[in-house]
Structures are given as structure tokens and as C-alpha cells.
Ligand binder design. Structure first.
Ligand code: GLA
Length: 415
């Protein structure tokens, strides 16, 4: 079913109203402290999207290219200052709460999700922003662990919330950098800039053509028209994701050290400075594994450029072909796919009304992304759902989405 924008707006409006009711339920004490003068209209509401990566996988930390977008699946935050020096958070989604002092923010070993919030606040404080205590309730319809960046969405959402509450003036690129640094240095996940960038910069009906070398970007109109983006979550736990992700990063690092030497060219600073021609010339002088890793990065950058051309021409069929080529490269050269992800891509791409597909995100489990015809969506999910269940005894999740604006404050109608 098509999600009409006006319908979506009213769903968001009523979801925030429910969240506001919950805020008053959870934080009754705070309300009393304000002698009952505090009203719902005072609350600050922030809507923060998830993201998809159309193409350009494992290119961000290699200073390459990607085409990504924010999607209409969200984290919702509502709250206000509490005039104390602590922060209190309740997650409706996880039915869990947490409270901590602002002047002593430490990693919480017991409550994983809170560290995304703690990390962002610590980052802002370290950069000299003045932040006081506040209470928030968090909710959302963004699945956790499906590879559509619920963590980046929460990080950027909290950054937007404090920016609005305390009147901070923070450039969007800095928001991306602070949130990314929170994830790298506080949470301990060594991710690139893609997730936080897409969540912050998303634009309705558009994708972002992003160059990680200098974070320069361009919006490209992507008229999904009769189509939508379908994410299929294999529900495969990404056990290896962290170690293997770091291993790939190290291998890329090794290649960046080696290639300028064997190519006798000091100007090569990243794998994205290498052409496919040059790489083939160097093939015999480098370990096969490194050759394959670099080949993925170089060809993936080329595929991103090609995809942009197809998008500008509105040629979704050809774009779909490039997505399949990206998957094969991730499968055979970068070696981050799994039997389940391969199965999903192989099977979905056989179905009428499907324009390609590929694993999305780090790999080793998680989701695939595909572009599909709206009119065929029920047939497609039926076929894939039953085939996947038959083979792996797992019911996959299907997430249908459109492109959305980035993280933003929402003023409610009839507050
Ligand atoms: C994860 C990371 C991203 C990116 C992708 C691979 O999703 O968070 O920064 O490196 O893997 O493209």
C-alpha cells in the first residue's frame, strides 16, 4: 500500500502525542517541580530517520563514493530540560530506562543502547558546548540490528534534541563528525561516516551522492514512482561483523601502505586513488587477498559513478543490474556475504518486478536491499518469505520504505 505523505505526517503527529503522554506519566516528578506550569507544547520533539545505502559498500573508510539516503522509518524523541545535572531516559521501544550525571559520563556495560546517547553528550561537552540536564522518552519503528542504522539515528536525534533545547549552533558536518566519533571512540564501533551522514543530510525523494574524501555531496532526485525500496532482514546474527569488519579495514590499510611503494607513486593516499588499470598492472606484485579487496573498492567506486548516471536517466533496470554486480563483488572479492544473504539476492532477483538487489551494510548477516514494483510487493514478499523459511527455517522481516528528510524537529498540530 502506498504511504501518502499527508497520512504519514498524521501518523507521526499522533505517535508524538502518545509519546508526550508517556513523558508525563514517566516524569511526573519533573512536572511537579515546575508547579504544573509545564505543558505538552513546551516539549521538544525530534524525528530521526534510518538510512539505506543504495550502492557504495565498504567505500566510506576508503575515502570513496556512495549513494545513500535517509528513509521513512524513524526514532522519535520527546523531552525537556529538568534543571538538574543529570539526564534521564526512558525507551518505550525497549521498555528500559537509564539515568546518569552529565559531569561524569562513563560507558555503561549493562545497558548497551544508552551508550549511543552518553557518547554523543560526552562528545558535545568535550567540544565545549554547554548542556544541562534533561528528561527524554524515546520510541520508534526503526528495527534494531537490521542494518538500517538505528544507532546513527539515535545519535543524530539526540544531537538535534540538545541543539534545539540549549540553542546550540552546530554545523551539520560537525554533527556528523561528533556522532561518528561517539560511535568510534565511546561505543567502540569502528564505523565510517556513511550512517551519520545519511541520517543527518537525508532529503525526501532524493538520494545523496557522497564523496568520503572531503564529505562533499550532491542530492540526486530519485523518483521511485511505482517502486519502493524493500529491505529484507535475514535475521542472521552479525556475530562476525565486528571482527571481520575490522579485519577488512586492516587489509585495506595494508594495501594503502603497499601500493604506493610497488606503484612508485607517493600520491596514492587511499584505495580510491587507484584506477582499475593500475591495479591490474600491480596484480602480480601483491598478495591475492589484498588484490581482491582493492578490486572491490575500485570497482565499487566505478559502480557508484555509473549508478548516478542511470539515476539521472531514470533507468532503474540498469541500476538494478549494477546492484547485482555490487553484490557479486562483495561476495567474491570482499568476501563479506553469507549463504543466507546470497540466497536472498539470488532468489529475489529472479522475480518479476524486482530491480536487482545486494547485501547492505557491513555484511556477515543483516539485510539485503532491493528496488521493487509496488504492485508486485505482496507476491514478492510471499515468495521470498516462504522460500527462505523452507530453506533456513527462519521468517525474514520485510521493511518497505521511501526516501525521507534528515533528522528534524517536529512541531505538532493541535499540541
Ligand atoms: C557499516 C558501517 C559503515 C560502512 C558499512 C559498509 O554499516 O557502519 O560505516 O562502513 O558498514 O559499507
Amino acid at each position: 500500500m502506498e504511504i501518502k505523505h499527508s497520512t504519514e505526517e498524521s501518523v507521526i503527529n499522533s505517535s508524538f502525542k502518545k509519546l508526550q503522554d508517556l513523558y508525563f506519566e514517566i516524569f511526573k516528578a519533573s512536572d511537579q517541580r515546575k508547579n504544573g506550569t509545564f505543558r505538552k507544547k513546551n516539549l521538544i520533539n525530534v524525528l530521526s530517520p534510518g538510512r539505506v545505502n543504495i550502492i557504495g559498500e565498504h567505500t566510506d573508510y576508503n575515502l570513496g563514493l556512495s549513494i545513500n539516503a535517509a528513509i521513512n522509518k524513524y526514532v522519535l524523541i520527546t523531552g525537556y530540560e529538568n534543571k538538574t545535572d543529570y539526564v534521564e531516559v526512558f525507551s518505550r521501544h525497549l521498555n528500559d530506562s537509564n539515568k546518569f550525571l552529565l559531569d561524569d559520563i562513563t560507558f555503561d556495560k549493562n545497558t548497551h543502547w544508552i551508550n549511543y546517547i552518553r557518547g554523543v553528550l560526552k562528545e558535545y561537552i568535550q567540544h565545549g558546548y554547554r548542556i544541562g540536564g534533561f528528561n527524554i522518552v524515546v520510541d520508534g519503528n526503526l528495527p534494531i540490528g537490521a542494518g538500517i542504522s538505528s544507532s546513527a539515528s539515535l545519535e543524530v536525534g539526540v544531537a538535534k534534541f540538545i541543539e534545539q533545547l540549549f540553542n546550540l549552533k552546530v554545523d551539520r558536518k560537525k554533527v556528523v563528525k561528533y556522532c561518528n566519533s561517539a560511535e568510534n571512540n565511546f561505543v567502540g564501533v569502528n564505523c565510517g561516516f556513511m550512517d551519520q551522514f545519511a541520517v543527518t543530510y537525508g532529503k525526501k525523494n532524493h538520494v545523496i551522492y557522497l564523496n568520503f574524501k572531503d564529505l562533499s555531496y550532491e542530492y540526486v532526485y530519485f523518483n521511485l514512482g511505482d517502486n519502493l525500496i524493500l529491505i529484507v532482514d535475514s535475521k542472521e546474527e552479525r556475530n562476525l561483523a565486528k571482527t571481520e569488519y575490522n579485519k577488512r579495514r586492516e587489509e585495506c590499510n595494508d594495501a594503502v601502505q603497499l601500493i604506493p611503494k610497488i606503484a612508485k607513486n607517493k600520491n596514492i593516499k587511499s584505495l580510491s586513488d587507484i584506477s582499475l588499470d593500475l591495479l591490474h598492472k600491480l596484480k602480480d606484485n601483491m598478495p591475492e587477498k589484498l588484490f581482491k579487496r582493492v578490486k572491490h573498492v575500485v570497482t565499487e567506486n566505478n559502480r557508484v559513478i555509473l549508478s548516478k548516471e542511470y539515476l539521472l536517466k531514470g533507468d532503474i533496470e540498469k541500476l538494478g543490474q549494477v546492484l547485482l554486480e555490487s553484490h557479486n563483488s562483495l561476495r567474491y572479492d570482499y568476501e563479506v556475504s553469507t549463504e543466507k544473504l546470497d540466497y536472498l539476492v539470488d532468489e529475489i532477483s529472479k522475480i518479476k518486478g524486482v530491480y536487482g538487489g545486494r547485501l547492505m551494510g557491513a555484511g556477515f548477516g543483516g539485510s539485503i536491499i532491493s528496488i521493487v514494483k509496488k504492485s508486485e510487493i505482496d507476491i514478492i514478499t510471499d515468495i521470498i518469505g516462504s522460500k527462505f523459511y523452507k530453506k533456513f527455517n527462519i521468517v525474514p522481516d520485510f521493511i518497505k520504505c521511501l526516501f525521507s528528510d534528515g533528522t528534524r524537529r517536529v512541531e505538532l498540530k493541535d499540541p
